[in-house]
Design a protein. Structure first.
Lengths: 661, 303
């Protein structure tokens, strides 16, 4: 038994190495298609890793620097570590606090540490000056039912000294608000006075203030949440998940909406509902699921242009599952925030939970992937992202125009590439708004760019576009654009959430004249057989049931079947996120998994299964709680075939061997 | 036990379980003098599931497990449990849900001491929950994977205290309730003393309660020290030291609670201990803050 486990581990390591090489190979192939020199993220933003002593399980729930430049890190095991000289080669760790229950946020204020743990906002102080917290004072305590999904986040300090806290929904097969203020953003004074601010939240890990001091939060895809988003919240707002409305009739509630007011039976999008329900606050920025991460997390404001490139006022946003950081530009149109998200830096070592500025204008990244799995395979860690001082050639921002967009670059662009209208592509789409977990990409339209104007300084280009639609996300691609110095765009795609078109001239053609892309474009595949073939008169030779384990795993590591036999494989997705089962040729799990990650906006319609000979059979992409049986004629050639989940980010850990004998 | 095994006390065979039947339960009655006894258990596995648990009972002692967790659980876990070690010389504090009287408590700190005795405390209503001896805590159900149950589990048989908040107003209509009134928010803060032991501080209107539970000089039993402070003397307040089905005053001046553990009153600060009873519930109280703005009650917990 022991030997078998060891050999399994070895094979996983080998596969991981293989997948790294595959990533590189595919990247280079893409780069070769463009005219310019393709630079790397690491040419501009470097990542270094904090060495953590072996005995410390530093599952970082948050990060805060104190006045002495020490880094305070609360961990999911309830400790608080203080790290002296975290940016040096010889960081010194000592335990400052203990006994907390899964803290997921910390702020340092006036000599004390304010931490949100599962059941309360608590203040830790070292009153004797010996470097150990000796006073733990509850600022505000809230009830819990004992459901593991009742995470609590924050605090983030407001200028007046009050704090912002957010409370995750419980999970009982769907997101539920089982006790007070779950699914809400709360404002809490240092004296413990609590004021509910807004609701409609599901899994609100990120809280942040922009340069104007307005409060934003980030949301994770799930039930009612078609894809991750970042929403500006003001008193009385409703962000979209109806469960928190169960407390809206309390006297303290500033939200006038009621649970019964939200009805998904007409199939309207969140934006369409907002036209009738003014309390709905549309996301300022949607993060298209699997393209711009899968589990949006911390937010960090870039305060000035000296910090991290010419991005003052923009936000960095982390993603836990994809171990990466994105960049968000936002502007106000019609009095509301909206804007664009771009890729920024991939390749962190674990799941990103928190971001914090270090003393030397570098970004500290706190990570843990326990229970969820992440593209970065370490279980936890802290890394530091530093700017080399070189500015990458990027779309610095995208601004909405009354009849198009203006793209502004970080450096002068090459005139010829800017003048070529074929170097730009715009597609818009949106998501469903209903109780299902996540949403496919819907109502997709390719747009016609009718003309463009290049600015004299070659720093920006104005696109005139037919038939832009309010309430849609616009994928704006500029792959062929090069800088005057000959570099390709580091990230040639941005996603702009167009809630409002600014006032001004509309395009002559106001309805979509673009090519309509059918949402269900994928041909019915012969590789997904959910009805038992008629010629299986004696039924299947074997029935096998497969389910999941927490942490992105199947409950079986290995399935053994007879060559040429008839197999009924039932997949029971008893996890709380979407999964499928794809049977592939021996050794092909990585290749298929990477190809699925690169399906982009087509992924939903194709059920995250790339068209490849290596794919033999697959199930549907099953939502939590769904069960499906597929009928498989086992290959005649014995071998170690693989089964793998191709939901982006899952294939590295969620896989097993289908041994054909 | 499934399948079989033997239990020896001081080398003498007390229980012989041949494993003939699944989950066969066998027992025996013996007399044990006060003191330390050696218990040896053997176990063998033939077929199907694997389980082993050992209980004991005696005069004035309700039936209870000898060890907290089943020594061998059904199926067994392929991974070793995640446990907490106390190796710093100071207490370890762990936050986590805790099962008390078959109900999950959600705002609990468990305190493990290097002396080898441990307790859990409910911050929601300022109540001592359970106490037990080494080993300290299994946190697998909290720290492995997502930790769906978020439970800390004592690794030895834990004695449930009869959990009741430590202050009552004798004028109240229902003094036996173990619920805090809504106006009481439970522990408002705690400080760690120089030994790293938490002192739980609860504020109720104008009364402040300080609650320290710490190993005695031998390290074998806990001493609980309850301090009460008030702006003015009170005429109806009492410290509630224990509550349960039975509270008996024994000839040796110990109070036996639920047949499970004993209270040895060390300091009652001039108050007279009394046992109150109401429909099958008994309570041990000592009046406090009479003619004084401060009281301190001290007692030993023996189990």
């Amino acid at each position: 038994m022991m030997i078998k486990q060891l050999s399994n581990k070895c094979s996983i390591i080998i596969c991981l190495l293989a997948s790294v090489f595959l990533f590189q190979a595919i990247s280079e192939e893409t780069f070769a298609q463009t005219a310019g020199v393709q630079e790397q993220e690491s040419d501009f933003y470097t990542i270094s890793t904090l060495e953590i002593p072996d005995h410390i399980i530093l599952e970082a729930g948050g990060l805060a620097f104190n006045d002495e430049g020490q880094l305070a890190v609360p961990t999911r095991r309830g400790e608080v570590w203080l790290i002296t000289n975290p940016g040096s080669n010889q960081p010194v760790f000592h335990r400052f606090g203990q006994g907390l229950h899964e803290p997921l946020g910390i702020a340092y204020h006036d000599g004390a540490y304010f931490i949100v743990q599962r059941g309360e906002l608590i203040k830790l102080e070292d009153t004797t000056g010996n470097g150990i917290a000796d006073l733990y004072e509850t600022i505000y305590r809230w009830p819990l039912t004992g459901n593991y999904h009742e995470y609590s986040y924050g605090p983030v300090f407001l200028p007046d000294g009050d704090m912002i806290v957010t409370l995750n929904l419980s999970w009982i097969g769907y997101g539920a608000s089982l006790t007070d203020w779950r699914g809400w953003m709360l404002r809490i004074s240092q004296d413990g006075d609590m004021t509910p601010i807004a609701t409609g939240l599901r899994s609100p890990l990120g809280i942040g203030l922009n340069a104007e001091g307005d409060i934003f939060y980030t949301e994770n895809e799930g039930d009612w949440i078609g894809s991750g988003w970042m929403t500006h919240l003001e008193t009385g707002d409703f962000a979209g998940h109806p469960e928190g409305l169960r407390w809206a009739d309390r006297p303290e509630s500033p939200v006038n909406l009621r649970f019964e007011d939200i009805d998904d039976s007409e199939g309207l999008t969140l934006y369409e509902q907002s036209l009738n329900i003014p309390e709905i606050k549309n996301p300022a920025v949607w993060f298209p699921h699997t393209i711009m991460g899968i589990s949006t997390s911390a937010m960090l404001l870039i305060e000035n242009d000296d910090q991290f490139g010419p991005f003052a006022g923009q936000m960095l946003v982390g993603d836990q599952g994809h171990s990466k950081i994105m960049r968000v530009y936002h502007e106000k149109v019609n009095g509301e925030y909206q804007g664009a998200v771009f890729g920024f830096r991939e390749g962190f070592s674990s799941g990103i939970i928190s971001l914090e500025w270090g003393p030397e204008n570098d970004v500290y990244v706190g990570m843990t992937n326990r229970g969820w799995g992440s593209t970065g395979r370490e279980n936890f860690g802290i890394q530091r992202m530093s700017w080399t001082g070189e500015t990458p050639f990027e779309m610095k921002k995208i601004n909405a125009e009354s009849n198009g967009f203006t793209i502004t670059f970080t450096k002068p662009a090459d005139h010829h590439s800017l003048m070529d209208i074929n170097n730009f592509r715009v597609t818009d789409f949106t998501y469903e708004y209903n109780s299902a977990y996540g949403s496919p990409v819907i109502n997709r339209q390719d747009k016609t760019i009718t003309r463009l104007e290049v600015a004299d300084d070659l720093m920006s280009v104005r696109l005139y576009i037919d038939g832009l639609r309010e309430g849609y996300i616009n994928e704006i691609r500029a792959e062929g654009i090069t800088s005057a110095a000959g570099s390709s765009l580091l990230h040639p795609v941005g996603y702009y959430t167009l809630n409002y078109l600014p006032d001004g001239d509309r395009s002559a053609v106001t309805v979509g004249t673009g090519v309509v892309s059918p949402d269900e474009a994928a041909e019915v595949t012969l590789k997904k057989i959910t009805e038992m073939p008629e010629d299986w008169v004696d039924g299947p030779d074997e029935r096998i049931e497969l389910a999941t384990e927490p942490g992105l795993r199947y409950d079986l590591n290995e399935i053994t079947v007879q060559a040429g036999s008839r197999l009924a494989l039932t997949f029971n997705n008893d996890d709380d996120m979407a999964h499928n089962v794809v049977i592939v040729e021996p050794g092909a799990a990585d290749e298929v998994g990477v190809a699925a990650m690169n399906l982009g906006l087509d992924a939903d319609a194709m059920e995250f299964v790339p068209i490849m000979d290596e794919v033999l059979y697959h199930t549907s992409m099953l939502q939590p709680g769904q069960i499906e049986t597929i009928y498989i004629t086992v290959p005649d050639t014995p071998g170690e075939y693989q089964f793998v989940c191709t939901f982006p980010g899952h294939h590295i850990s969620m896989r097993g061997i289908l041994r054909v004998e | 036990m499934n399948n079989g095994g033997n239990l020896y006390i001081n080398g003498e065979l007390i229980v012989e379980n041949t494993g003939e039947f699944d989950n066969q339960r066998l027992g025996n009655i013996i007399h044990l003098n006060e003191g330390t006894h050696q218990i040896d258990v053997t176990h063998f596995q033939i077929i199907w599931g694997t389980s082993l648990s050992i209980h004991y009972e005696g005069p004035g002692i309700e039936k209870r497990p000898l060890i907290g967790q089943p020594a061998v659980s059904e199926g067994g876990s392929p991974q070793p449990p995640v446990t907490v070690n106390i190796d710093s010389g100071y207490p370890e504090l762990i936050g986590g849900f805790f099962n008390y009287d078959n109900e999950k408590r959600t705002h609990v700190i468990s305190v493990g001491h290097p002396e080898g005795i441990h307790y859990s405390y409910d911050l929601n209503n300022s109540t001592l929950l359970s106490f037990w001896r080494d080993p300290f805590a299994d946190v697998t159900r909290m720290w492995r994977g997502r930790g769906h149950e978020q439970l800390l589990v004592p690794m030895n048989a834990a004695v449930e205290s009869g959990a009741a908040p430590p202050l009552i107003s004798l004028d109240d209509s229902d003094i036996f309730t173990t619920e805090w009134p809504d106006s009481m928010k439970g522990v408002s803060r705690y400080r760690l003393n120089e030994d790293g032991q938490p002192v739980f501080i609860t504020e109720l209107n104008d009364i402040t309660i300080e609650d320290l539970i710490a190993p005695d000089e031998t390290g074998n039993e806990f001493i609980r020290t309850l301090g009460f402070q008030s702006d003015a003397a009170q005429n109806d307040k009492a410290a509630r030291l224990a509550q349960g089905k039975t509270i008996e005053l024994l000839p040796n001046d110990l109070y036996r609670v639920n047949g499970k553990y004993y209270l040895n009153l060390i300091n009652v600060d001039g108050g007279v201990p009394e046992i109150y009873e109401n429909s099958g519930i008994q309570m041990l109280v000592v009046p406090v803050l009479r003619n004084s703005t401060q009281s301190e009650i001290e007692y030993q917990l023996i189990w």
